[in-house]
Every structure is written in structure tokens, then in C-alpha cells.
Design a protein. Structure first.
Length: 160
């Protein structure tokens, strides 16, 4: 099935990159401010390292937020410059996950791949792997029956 749909194409910044650059610039500014401070003017109970650490954290966080703000402003500007296009899209119906899994298993085993519409079922004379005794060799049996565990995992730490 082919259809025409409208799409919007725009450029958007990577927020993480802008925030990382902002944080790095904040740390660099903190380093420069630490170099400018005269150690003799600092009170006796405070060291240069404590002041530098405080500046690094404070200015790093401010740089992080400013980088995110710049990215947000660029993103808003990019939305105004978005271009609209009409494209043809082919819309496929999504297959049943069980049918996809059956086809993949058949491909792996080298068996003939069943057609999506002709799955052998109980009414068509095919096997029904509902009970462990009737399960085909190599396929796991359906063991989600009445065990009373409500489907919880038995792995350690899962609460079962």
C-alpha cells in the first residue's frame, strides 16, 4: 500500500554535546580564576584547593546549564527553519510476532519457510505444542501453566 505523507525535516543540536562543552568551559574558567587569586588574600581556614574545587563545581554546573540553554535556543531556531516535504511511503502491515518467530526458526533449521497465511494449526492437521508431551523436538514446551507463580522470574533478586 502506497500513500503520500507530509514530513518535516529540520536540523537539531545534540544537547549532550552542548552541555558537555558548557561544563568544560565552566571548568576552564574556574581554573583561570584560581590562577588569578592571590593565596595571601585567602583566609587561614580556607586553602586554594578548596576554593578551586568549589569554583570547578559551581562554574561547571553553570556551564552545563548554559550549554543546554544554547542548544535549546538553537533547537527553537531550527524549528522555525523546518522544511515540509510530501513523500511517498509504503506502509506494510506488521506481521504477527509468532509467525515471524516461526519463520526465523524454520530458516535457522533449514526447513521450508511457511507462508504467512498458511500456518499449520490444530484445525489444519498440524501439531499443537500446547502440552510438553506434544511439543516438537528442539522447541521449548509451554510451561506457563497453572504453577501459581503469576509469571514471575526465578532468577536471583527477582523477588520470586
Amino acid at each position: 500500500m502506497k500513500d503520500q505523507i507530509d514530513v518535516s525535516v529540520r536540523r537539531s543540536p545534540k544537547y549532550a554535546a552542548f552541555m558537555a562543552v558548557g561544563a568544560i568551559l565552566g571548568v576552564l574558567v574556574a581554573g583561570l580564576l584560581t590562577l588569578v587569586v592571590d593565596p595571601s588574600e585567602i583566609p587561614a581556614e580556607t586553602t586554594v584547593a578548596k576554593g578551586a574545587g568549589l569554583l570547578v563545581v559551581f562554574l561547571g554546573i553553570i556551564g552545563l546549564f548554559l550549554g543546554g540553554l544554547v542548544a535549546l535556543l538553537l533547537d527553537w531556531r531550527g524549528r522555525r527553519r523546518a522544511r515540509e516535504f510530501r513523500v511517498e511511503a509504503q506502509i506494510d502491515m506488521v506481521d504477527d510476532p509468532k509467525a515471524v518467530a516461526a519463520r526465523r526458526l524454520a530458516e535457522m533449521r533449514g526447513e521450508p519457510v511457511p507462508d504467512p497465511g498458511t500456518e499449520p494449526g490444530p484445525e489444519a492437521g498440524g501439531e499443537s505444542p500446547d502440552s510438553p508431551a506434544e511439543a516438537a523436538p528442539g522447541t521449548p514446551a509451554d510451561d506457563t501453566g497453572d504453577r501459581g507463580d503469576l509469571g514471575r522470574s526465578e532468577r536471583p533478586g527477582s523477588g520470586a
